[in-house]
Design a protein around this ligand. Structure first.
Ligand code: PMP
Length: 412
């Protein structure tokens, strides 16, 4: 593809393939030249607990991790990992379908089956690969994927890899979804892909209605519960559970990198033919399996999350307190009410967003600075994600930090 604003390459001299990033490089340089700390290059010098780390030599409260249930320092989780490291070594050096299935991978899949009360569970090396693998394998050329326009990158990439027809609809719009489904040719394969919680604004999908519409249209349904597993629903199974539609959903995708507190991804399903995926799903077959220590920590964490009702209740309290406190102080938030553990504070523009991010860091608070293309509608967000291990005192401290930083930057 030629780039009209680039000088033509001279004969024998190739086009610099990096030139397509020049705008972004310029924008980034301009931001850093203004003297701001690079928001995308922060180092956690020491991690003290799920809610505290040392950054730039300073003790910092973490309000921008996906450690929703605070499992990363759970003594049983850590010790399971240490034991597996000692017993099985540092890595499997192989694919799940060759030498890379250890006892621990099986136990991890057993824990998932039990957690979701489903027949099948398949563990991937990341959640990204779980979406990439499942979507690209079940929806191929000639099939249709109907998906929310704000879907995660791994969902879009799964659609592209599978070469399916992609039919996006307006975010969380049930009618728009129904209209798209009705336009799909009779007899074509249809997959509807939804998320439980959307990670940028922390809003929840109307799954009760959407799953019904999808099923009535004869579509299969996949729900990505990355940001709801462990927290939402009576047993922490996610928004599908809370909405009472878990039995109607064909595939749930999840990750170990959030509430579970390690790394890895998975798909659970009741489909009777599901196990064939282990042979045909390329992002499962053609990559090394997770290290034994990782699957051991994941399995232990998942089993503990089954009994996490008290933690879930405290996390809801934290989410409600932070949401109400920020609203009261005059910040504009991504949702009217707290819907998940994510609370997005909408910034007027990238410059003030970055300044606010830095002011908070200087106060001793880390949040995520999120910007397009990751965010919807070109928004710059300070994304706060709460942890069940944040104490009520920490949440009050956080509100004080927001108030001082917001006034200093002129946002409130
Ligand atoms: N799905 C969603 C909705 C996500 O937000 C993410 C990660 N942020 C993923 C999938 C990928 O998870 P992982 O970190 O395990 O690759």
């Amino acid at each position: 593809i030629s780039q009209p604003d680039q000088p033509a390459a001279r004969p024998g001299e190739g086009q610099d393939l990096f030139s397509k990033f020049d705008d972004l490089i310029g924008q980034r340089e301009a931001l850093l030249e203004s003297g701001l700390t690079d928001p995308f290059n922060l180092v956690m010098e020491k991690v003290l607990s799920p809610t505290q780390a040392v950054c730039n030599g300073r003790e910092t409260i973490l309000l921008g991790t996906y450690n929703y249930m605070g499992m990363t320092f759970d003594p049983e989780v850590v010790s399971a990992g240490q034991q597996a490291l000692a017993d099985f070594g540092s890595g499997t050096t192989g694919s799940r379908v060759l030498n890379g299935t250890y006892q621990g991978h099986r136990e991890c899949e057993d824990a998932l089956r039990e957690f979701y009360a489903m027949d099948h569970a398949m563990v991937f090396s990341t959640g990204y690969q779980a979406n990439l693998g499942i979507i690209s394998t079940i929806a191929g050329k000639g099939d249709y994927v109907v998906l929310d326009i704000d879907s995660h990158a791994s969902i879009w990439d799964g659609c592209a890899m599978g070469n399916a027809e992609v039919v996006p609809f307006k975010h969380n719009d049930i009618e728009a979804m129904e209209k798209r489904l009705k336009r799909i040719p009779e007899g074509a394969g249809k997959l509807v892909v939804l998320e439980g919680v959307y990670s940028m604004l922390g809003d929840v999908a109307p799954l009760k209605e959407m799953v019904k519409v999808a099923k009535d249209a004869g579509a299969m349904v996949l729900v990505d519960e990355a940001h709801s597993m462990g927290f939402i629903g009576k047993h922490g199974r996610g928004v599908c559970e809370a909405a009472g539609v878990i039995d109607d959903v064909d595939f749930i995708i999840g990750t170990f990198s959030k509430s579970v507190g390690t790394v890895g991804g998975f798909c659970v399903s009741n489909h009777p033919k599901f196990e064939i995926m282990r042979l045909v799903c390329r992002p499962y077959v053609f990559t090394a399996s997770l290290p034994p220590s990782v699957v051991a920590t994941a399995a232990t964490s998942i089993r503990k999350l089954m009994h996490g009702a008290d933690k879930r209740a405290h996390l809801w309290e934290n989410s409600k307190t932070l949401h109400a406190g920020l609203k009261e102080r005059g910040f504009t938030l991504g949702t009217d009410e707290p819907e998940s553990a994510i609370i997005a504070v909408i910034m007027p523009d990238l410059e003030r967003g970055a300044a606010m991010w830095e002011a908070l860091l200087k106060e001793g608070l880390y949040v995520n600075l999120a910007r397009p293309p990751a965010t919807p509608a070109n928004m710059t967000l300070l994304r706060c994600s709460l942890c069940a291990e944040h104490s009520s005192e920490q949440v009050e401290t956080i509100l004080g930090m927001f108030e001082r930083a917001g006034k200093a930057v002129g946002i409130i």
